[in-house]
Design a protein around this ligand. Structure first.
Ligand SMILES: Cc1cc2nc3c(=O)[nH]c(=O)nc-3n(C[C@H](O)[C@H](O)[C@H](O)COP(=O)(O)O)c2cc1C
Length: 184
């Protein structure tokens, strides 16, 4: 099997997050590779926000608290985010441009989804695991507003990065081809 085929088949979403440091240069290389995703009409719609140091993680905690708006203390929100996000040495928040036009907005989300999958594959190949997470709080306007992200961007997901463990999870089985390949 070629390296490309192997990475496509073997990549898994990694839920077990470790705090081991990941070089900034590797993170940037992975993001640059992801940007070779296809896009339409000269618009590369993706943006990536790095959440890395204590101040940036604190901003994330405050934004989640604003979105949840259920009276939970910052400490409680922090605890809730610890295992899935804050433990990671780097969390990427990916957004996509919004044009208030159905076709352009569809293409924007489609291109940024391709970008995210490229990112997941490039990360895996470099020994870095991630998982595309879309918790409910991302879709609350208060979350975006707290992070000063305008209506011209939609948040596509949070991706914590983690060094891959020695023992990688097995590939997740997929539906058989006959279940989704149809004769028109
Ligand atoms: C748009 C999108 C959103 C996702 N959101 C979540 C999420 O919020 N929580 C989660 O555990 N996994 C999430 N995932 C990851 C899927 O659970 C995972 O990709 C799927 O189970 C297939 O497993 P694999 O990626 O290991 O092949 C998301 C995946 C996609 C494509």
């Amino acid at each position: 099997m070629s390296e490309l085929k192997r990475v496509i088949v073997e990549r898994r979403s990694v839920k077990q997050i470790s705090s081991r440091k990941i070089d900034r240069s590797l993170v940037e290389e992975i993001i640059e590779l992801a940007a070779f995703a296809p896009f339409h009409s000269k618009v590369e719609p993706w943006h990536v926000y790095l959440i890395e140091d204590a101040e940036q993680k604190e901003k994330l905690v405050r934004a989640v608290a604003a979105a949840k708006n259920d009276g939970a203390s910052l400490g409680q929100v922090k605890e809730m985010l610890e295992r899935k996000f804050l433990t990671a040495p780097v969390i990427l928040m990916v957004t996509s441009a919004v044009f208030q036009d159905a076709k352009k907005d569809f293409e924007s989300v489609a291109a940024t989804s391709a970008f995210i999958q490229n990112l997941q594959l490039a990360a895996w190949e470099s020994g870095v695991g991630t998982i595309w997470r879309t918790p409910k709080f991302l879709f609350q306007p208060a979350f975006r507003e707290a992070l000063q992200i305008g209506e011209e961007e939609t948040v596509m997901g949070l991706l914590p990065l983690t060094l891959l463990p020695e023992e990688k999870p097995d590939p997740k089985p997929r539906r058989e081809l006959k279940d989704f390949l149809h004769e028109l």
